[in-house]
Design a protein. Structure first.
Length: 258
């Protein structure tokens, strides 16, 4: 068996101030393998976004080790690309140039960058909008552009921080289906942060449930159910109840969509 793509070993993260030390995560241990779709599920404030920051290399652990391809993560790298909930698109650039932006920073020639960016706009089915401004797109379309920009630099790992949280229900369900299609085609390792149990059940190969103060791993659950998934199936109802039971053992429901 191949070694894990990402590995957390006794990871703790805290922030110190003059008066106290605020521990966000404590003693996290888990492994993620290549091409797995992992949902990190938990209530607001449980440390889910901190986990993405550690994998991205934006922050460093206070204790323990975060490994990528068996090496300690020491800095940000385009092999691990983060997509935010608010899209983070550049309003002064058109859609094509937004997608090409990451390529131009990697010293691709401008024409080559735009050609490659167009390939990824085709992948997310937005090539017809390549000359449009950001303001002309819906929320779901903006998120597809953000995903295309992330994929264009060919990362090994795609990190998504509640990317559909600002969308209406119909757009959110459409983007969930779209993301599964894209990830099946692109064959990337995905870490997807959510506080929606149903979203995790629809998307994940495995669900890592984070909860508590400080955040700890409450359970690691494999979802061996073919997609598309019926949330009313006995198997998914059973998994859902197991997750909720873990969370109900302490006051962890605040900020969780159940």
């Amino acid at each position: 068996m191949l070694p894990p793509k990402i590995k957390f070993i006794n990871v703790t993260k805290s922030y110190d101030s003059a008066s106290k030390s605020d521990v966000i995560l404590q003693d996290l241990n888990f492994e993620i393998y290549a091409e797995e779709f992992i949902c990190i599920l938990g209530p607001s404030g449980s440390g889910k976004t901190t986990i993405l920051g550690l994998v991205a290399g934006f922050i460093k652990p206070s204790g323990g080790n975060v490994l990528f391809n068996s090496k300690n993560i020491t800095r940000p790298d385009s092999s691990r690309t983060l997509v935010f909930q608010d899209y983070a698109l550049f309003p002064w650039l058109n859609i094509l140039d937004n997608v090409a932006f990451g390529l131009t920073t990697k010293n691709h020639k401008n024409n080559h960058a735009r050609e490659k960016a167009l390939e990824y706009l085709n992948m997310v089915e937005l090539s017809a909008y390549k000359d449009h401004s950001v303001s002309q797109l819906s929320g779901g379309m903006k998120q597809r552009v953000a995903i295309a920009r992330a994929l264009a630099v060919d990362p090994e790992v795609l990190l998504l921080d509640e990317p559909f949280g600002a969308l209406d229900l119909q757009s959110r369900e459409s983007m969930q289906t779209e993301l599964i299609r894209l990830m099946t085609k692109a064959k990337k390792t995905v870490l997807f942060v959510t506080h929606s149990v149903d979203e995790a059940l629809k998307l994940a190969d495995r669900i890592l449930v984070i909860g508590g103060k400080p955040g700890k791993l409450l359970c690691d659950t494999t979802i061996a159910v073919a997609r598309p998934r019926d949330l009313n199936s006995n198997q998914l109802i059973s998994i859902r109840n197991k997750i909720l039971d873990k969370l109900s053992q302490s006051d962890l429901f605040m900020g969780l969509n159940i």
